[in-house]
Design a protein around this ligand. Sequence first.
Ligand code: NI
Length: 172
Amino acid sequence: MILPISTYGSPILRKKAEPVEEITPELLELANNMLETMYKANGVGLAAPQVGKSIRLVVIDLAKEDEEHRPIILFNPEVVPEEGENPVETYEEGCLSVPDVWANVSRPSRVRLTYTNEKGERVVLQNITGKFARCAQHEQDHLNGILFTDKISVADKAMNASKLKKMAKENK
Ligand code: NI
């Protein structure tokens, strides 16, 4: 089922999401609906608050368009920068909740991702880099009420100010 995506200005995008206590069939169905919604919108990641559920659930699929789907369902994900040398990387981001806005965001290049998978197993992935690290950090921010537009330069903010203002007004 395709779910409606909350966009910039919706209060739910600014709330800190609640931890998932138990993985129920309803939550697995929600995760699958989120994947379907994300694929339809050509996204690579989607967090539950973006579909109106303030819980710590994220879906990610970094497979390219011509590849088989490789969905990952993450309950209660935690992303932390790895210790040691970890240069900040700047890369252009967008977000299904902030349509038509793309801008550079700087983030640590190497992170550790811990999450509970759909079988209830806690998984630890160390030294994640590239697109996966980028996406994990972006989605983690969603669970804490943070949007990528909070992290863009003053110049990029100014350039997108009218779009953001318009969306915020519509979603008030
Ligand atoms: Ni996003």
